[in-house]
Design a protein around this ligand. Structure first.
Ligand code: GN1
Ligand code: MG
Length: 370
């Protein structure tokens, strides 16, 4: 990073209530949407690190609403966690640093929205689960997350991206992108397009149960990939759930489904080696065990019944989103190489195939646990 950029980070961080001197800052490649920086300050020679993020307002059209949600969520979680124990509180919850004026975000003259969190030290995260125990812990952590938020008054949380998990709309967007074919890519991905059309019905999996009022809307995380869970780098214990931008009203299946997507496969989300993409049933079992140990008490019977198919729904939806973005010229998900979003889509479709193969086993496992 050159001096001008560092200077720009120093200026930005000075807008927040930080009682320490700026030392250095650099970009951190994290996530597909926002821009993230790590800023180190010091006080009396001891370093204190912060996460500074620019909220992508092309994706989140109302960053102020995102930050209201984040504030309400972190305040609520912190209270709940502190009631249990105050040990390591600043590593078990995210700490938002307000601006000097007390706001949860700073808006610069270009109209960008910035927020600062205290960097959580001595933790790590990964893209894939290493062992079933990790899958169990992550499952339990998100079950607990939903449970802790269940008494957060719903008016405090608004939708940050409307229709985020509406599969039918995602499918329409794909058909539109195929029709427009703005970058002349459609003819080269006929197999993937055929796959989506063949499996289109997956997007309607929850429709009748929703219409019959059997699947209640709860406050959910909506981006429960394993990357968003910080583990203590010595004990491996779950410390903190991060990335609260999509915390909003949703179905528990969006959360469970995304865990199935990222905790059961040994392959990365963008792995080019599709041979690696499989479902590890012992990881699925561990994840289900962990999740249900917390969630069993508040889920209704229909919610439990649909858990086994939720991975397929969410993975198919994300595959469609990646493929649509590939056709549209990689405008939404940051791409780090040619055909990156196509690679990501292919992994999701392969996973969907594997999930369909394993569906009977997943169903019987969930019913034995619930
Ligand atoms: C995006 O930026 P990141 O990595 O937190 C996306 C999620 C996807 C995820 C896939 C707002 O999240 O929906 O599941 O990529 N977030 C948004 O890795 O679209
Ligand atoms: Mg996210």
């Amino acid at each position: 990073m050159n001096e001008t950029n560092e200077n720009f980070l120093e200026k930005l961080i000075s807008k927040f209530q930080i009682v320490a001197e700026f030392v250095e800052g650099h970009a951190w490649v994290k996530g597909h949407i926002n821009d993230t920086y790590i800023v180190t300050c010091q006080q009396g020679g001891s370093p204190i690190r912060y996460i500074l993020q620019r909220i992508n307002h092309d994706v989140f059209h109302q960053p102020a609403v995102v930050m209201q949600n984040v504030k309400a969520t972190t305040d609520h979680l912190r209270k709940k966690i502190a009631e249990e124990s105050s040990v390591d509180l600043t590593r078990r919850t995210m700490t938002l640093v307000p601006t000097r004026g007390g706001a949860p975000y700073y808006q610069d003259i270009k109209g960008n929205f910035w927020r600062t969190y205290v960097f959580i030290e001595r933790v790590e995260s990964s893209h894939v689960a290493e062992n079933p125990n990790q899958a169990e812990q992550v499952g339990r952590a998100f079950g607990l997350f939903q449970k802790r938020l269940s008494d957060l008054p719903s008016e405090k949380i608004q939708e940050t991206i409307p229709q985020f998990h509406n599969g039918a709309l995602r499918f329409q967007a794909l058909e539109q992108a195929i029709n427009e074919d703005l970058h002349g890519r459609a003819s080269k991905i006929q197999d993937e397009i055929d796959f989506c059309r063949k499996h289109k019905d997956i997007v309607h999996t929850f429709t009748s149960a929703i219409n019959e009022g059997k699947l209640p809307v709860r406050i959910t995380h909506n981006d429960t990939k394993i990357d968003n869970v910080l583990l203590d780098n010595e004990s491996g214990e779950v410390m903190c759930i991060v990335d609260l931008d999509t915390v909003m009203p949703g179905l528990v299946h969006y959360d469970f489904g995304d865990m199935v997507r990222t905790l059961t496969s040994p392959a990365d989300e963008d792995d080019r080696n599709l041979e690696k993409v499989t479902i590890r049933m012992e990881f699925f079992k561990a994840l289900s065990n962990g999740y249900l140990s917390e969630a069993k008490s508040f889920l209704n019977e229909t919610e439990k019944d649909y858990l086994a198919v939720s991975g397929k729904v969410i993975t198919f939806q994300l595959g469609i989103r990646f493929l649509t973005d590939h056709l549209n010229g990689d405008l939404y998900f940051r791409a780090h190489r040619d055909e990156h979003n196509l690679d990501r889509a292919r992994v999701q479709f392969k996973l969907v195939e594997k999930m369909i193969e394993n569906e009977p086993a997943m169903k019987s496992l969930i019913s034995s646990l619930s």
